[in-house]
Design a protein around this ligand. Structure first.
Ligand code: GDP
Ligand code: CA
Length: 318
């Protein structure tokens, strides 16, 4: 079985662990969000690709959910001693090595997709990890600060400001001119099932779908597309997804997120048991819906979620 998953960082990566366990024979292609990418200290940092790579490759800081396990911050401290920031973005020493290798390869002319493949040769994530595009796409968030409207990089909004000011718009800058990375459209066309894990619907999956051709390819693939809600009990399980959902005029409910993707894209949707009350509403919108426990508390729970997603896919295929 060939499965394509569109993934952001933590939510996508944790779900993928369960999917690998639920379908050990499957060939899994992950289309990763690169709208969160940022250049820091002259280095190209790809937070979501790295979270997937480290999580599946065994290098992740488990409790934190991002960054390397067993990390130290000497380089960051030394940079700060020179007054060189930003200090709000935590890059550890081990993590720095990844960004140095990536930046060096890009400087030598390799596209991001080839660089990602090279990095994965070390981590062996057990999936094929593709960036959504080799072209630069950068998510910016429009905010009002000191009576002035301005666009800030997504990381500045998310990490420095902790989404504490209202987002007026989310702009995937460069997306309209970006091309899907080599292999992305081919993987979608060859897929038996397409899965939207419980990743951020706006700044993770939404950004991937903003690359021209990807949304269309999924809609036209003619195979089941199933998703899992990142919103449980009308709030994100972790993080501040409600803030960017508000910016695109979507309520923070499992039903509203399903409607946001729409029945033109989504065939099946899993909501948490606490949201069982919305199943009828989602089904009335033309999307098959089931309520099951959706907390990725451990590998067993996550594996059950992945199995339910695959079962739901078979149900809508029939
Ligand atoms: P990011 O790039 O690191 O923000 O990660 P993603 O976009 O992949 O996923 C973020 C989303 O994952 C958040 O909106 C969370 O609500 C969701 N999430 C995290 N843990 C869980 C969980 O255990 N269950 C569910 N249903 N969603 C989760
Ligand atoms: Ca992200």
């Amino acid at each position: 079985m060939r499965i394509v998953v569109l993934a952001g960082g933590i939510g996508g990566a944790r779900f993928l662990r369960g999917l690998k366990a639920a379908a050990p024979e499957a060939e899994i292609t992950v289309v990763g969000n690169t709208g969160d990418d940022i250049h820091l200290f002259g280095l190209k940092v790809c937070p979501d690709l790295d979270t997937v790579m480290y999580t599946l490759g065994g290098g992740i800081h488990e409790e934190q959910g991002w960054g390397r396990a067993d990390e130290t911050f000497t380089v960051k401290e030394e940079l700060a001693a020179y007054g060189v920031g930003p200090e709000w973005f935590g890059l550890g020493d081990r993590d720095f090595a990844t960004h140095i290798v990536r930046t060096q390869m890009i400087g030598a002319g390799y596209p991001l997709s080839a660089v990602t493949e090279a990095l994965c040769a070390r981590w062996q994530p057990g999936v094929r990890l593709l960036p959504m595009s080799d072209d630069r796409v950068e998510t910016h968030v429009l905010i009002e600060a000191d009576g002035e409207r301005k666009a800030v990089h997504f990381q500045e909004y998310w990490v420095r400001l902790r989404a504490s000011v209202p987002a007026q718009a989310v702009l995937p800058v460069g997306a309209e001119a970006a091309k899907p990375a080599p292999g992305v459209l081919e993987a979608i066309a060859a897929a038996d099932v397409i899965v939207f894990p419980p990743s951020n619907p706006v700044v993770s999956i939404g950004t991937i779908l903003a690359v021209p051709g990807i949304r269309e390819a999924i809609a036209e693939a003619g195979v089941p597309v199933v998703g899992l809600s990142p919103i449980v009990g009308d709030a994100p399980v972790r993080g501040m997804a409600d803030k960017v959902l508000a910016a695109v005029g979507v309520e923070s409910t499992a039903a509203a997120v399903a409607a946001h993707y729409g029945s033109g894209l989504l065939d099946g949707w899993l909501v948490d048991t606490v949201d069982a009350g919305v199943v009828g509403e989602v089904e009335a919108a033309g999307i098959r819906c089931r309520a099951i426990p959706l907390m990725m508390s451990d590998l067993d729970a996550t594996t059950r979620m992945a199995r339910e997603a695959l079962d739901l896919a078979e149900e809508v295929r029939a």
